[in-house]
Design a protein around this ligand. Sequence first.
Ligand code: SAM
Length: 271
Amino acid sequence: MRIDVVSIFPEYLAPLELSLIGKARQDGLLELNVHDLRTFTTDKHRTVDDTPYGGGAGMVMKPEPWAKALESVAGASEGAGAAEDSRKPVLIVPSPAGERFNQALAYELAEEEQLVFACGRYEGIDERVIEWAEEHFTVRPVSLGDYVLNGGEVAVLAMVEAIGRLLPGVVGNPESLIEESHSDGLLEYPVFTKPSSWRERDVPPVLLSGNHGKIAQWRRHEQFRRTADRRPDLLAEFDAGSLSRADRNAFKDLGYDVVDGRLRLRGGQED
Ligand code: SAM
């Protein structure tokens, strides 16, 4: 996969040289280029922002430096020998007004050949850039969550890490991707390591039993318990149609019944 990030703070992306993503770059599993938006300006002050039409607080990012930067990135990938029939690169525009980023979207984006991230600052990028960019890219405004950051860089760090670790070979043991939170619509079970007794707290005895079937069942039911406790919204979306009898009973104990393949909180409000 090739990733291009355009930002007025290229240094902000330095952590992507570290840890598993840094190693993936070194190993050639991921090509990642960071571009300084200001190199695509033409004035002496390298201006990237201006006042908003219609008035109001803050500044807006000017369209032309963005068009030049994105043309350069799109042209570079064409010049790099991309196949004629290859898909348009995906342009991800981090924005609190975008679709919410989640694990399903991370998996979807990990299938792409090229991702381009356009880091906004100030009040954001002139909206015409987003329309214009459709000529070269599949454009997706994406939000990290329902809060406002100062710029897109932090969102890009999070998204590149979440997407990058799904690329083949990046995470040493691919099993760990299957078992983790959000891979199957549930949160992960709690984990423990040595010593088995620590500050008068013991590891759950089943984990020391060596009985793999019992351990698997305990972990699964802990997933249910933790998800019901911390993220009941996820259970509303969970496909409960193929749950085993033991799993249904575990949900019963948590106050959930399976109705038409969905989990319903007993005594909960109907839509
Ligand atoms: N005026 C914009 C609004 O209310 O939608 C917010 C602009 S914000 C101060 C500046 C930049 O930070 C945005 O253009 C975007 O790139 C980034 N940003 C802020 N919050 C974000 C979020 N939740 N997810 C992704 N990017 C975000």
